[in-house]
Design a protein around this ligand. Sequence first.
Ligand code: NAD
Length: 451
Amino acid sequence: MAQESLTTPTERMATADGKLGAKVVSQPEQPAGGPTEEELNPWITQESRFDFAAKKLNLDDGMWKVLREPTREIIVHIPVQMDDGKIEVFTGYRVQHSMARGPAKGGVRYAKNVSLDEVRALASWMTWKCAVVNIPFGGAKGGVICDPHSMSQGELERMTRRYTAELMEFIGPEKDVPAPDMGTNEQIMAWMMDTYSMHQRQTVTSVVTGKPLNIGGSRGRLQATGHGISVVCDCALQFLAMPAKGCRVVIQGFGNVGSNTARLLFEKGYTITGVAEYDGGLWNEQGIDISALLRHRAELGTITGFAGAQAAESPDVITRECDILVPAATENVITSANAAELKCRILCEGANGPTTIPADEILADKGVLVLPDILANAGGVTASYFEWVQDRMGYFWTEAEVNERLDRIMTDSFHDVISYAQTHGVNNRIAAYMLAIDRVAYTTRQRGMYA
Ligand code: NAD
């Protein structure tokens, strides 16, 4: 079936009828130097895709206005005493996009380049992601502008506790449940849980997910995003009638998502030919031994210098020939500047927002099968949902039980998105948005407007 696609914001507006998409965003000419600021703004990207999907759904004007903007945007300025005795003030955000289907849910990011637009986009993507996998959560995201790698454990703990305290009345198991994202981890979640619990005068484990196992974490959560990615890769290969054995995979980012994806695909018999990190890439046509690479990284703190592969330039690795490319690092890594160079059959988005709108168009022309972020990386939030359920029950599942439930949800969601795309003649990304918007709009209508 022919698929309509979302091209530039200018073309998007031409397809809208003036009701959806009142804000006209013109596409400035592409400077010779690379993608425009607009192409790289995650909120504009999110809005554009939302508008396009809403238009395809014939979403009424009122519901479009409700779902387009976040419900609440909180900005906090966090004073922290640094180790040298000086006071530093960090800016933090928490954006709650929707709570229609359940408590808001979403990670907390610590990074130097966090911005309100980025957090807004990530919060909206959480709403759509939770709806795609049909779990009872809305969407939220948090972020603090800081460089976590240059801060001591003490400084990170004081900043985390004050950030949590500033959000005290806005978060909670029935309100908004944070989780780890880039720059945050199990330890940060433990401090958030403890700070919240101190204010409540009782231990409330279900206020955050992604916690250490002994304080209410779930088995399987740490590797769940990679696990989910491996399941949708299996589904995509079946869909394209391609064998998993010998399937060549390139992965960008070797953090939580990238390294777990690499390990799980390697264990399933996929051939990981390339890995790209910040400080360099690796290439081995015969396949990289991921267990050995993980040991190397654990010892030296970097993937570079690994003897089982040739060194390669990181940006070059993602454009080499492969069957599946998994960007698992950060946003805007596949843009109008490099999309034409990609030589993958399947793009499986481990990161949130790795592909820009102009890049989507180029990939569509090349016939790349895209497994969009709000489907492909939803294994993490699905296991977070399991953690929240187990905390509230006080009864914990085995890893096999977690994985069995996760496999079922990821497999069903893959098929839901593929069949939605086929039925409506849209690409997988727009299909995932449409499926999600339809579910959130349905619940919002059912609940009615409180006035
Ligand atoms: P992480 O911080 O553990 O890992 C990110 C890795 O990517 C780091 O090793 C970093 O050095 C590397 N990196 C950053 N920029 C890079 C670049 N330009 N080129 C190559 N490598 C680069 O973070 P994570 O938790 O693995 O998250 C990665 C992505 O996945 C983010 O977009 C995040 O929002 C998304 N995500 C994470 C989860 C989760 O459960 N952790 C769930 C869903 C989505």
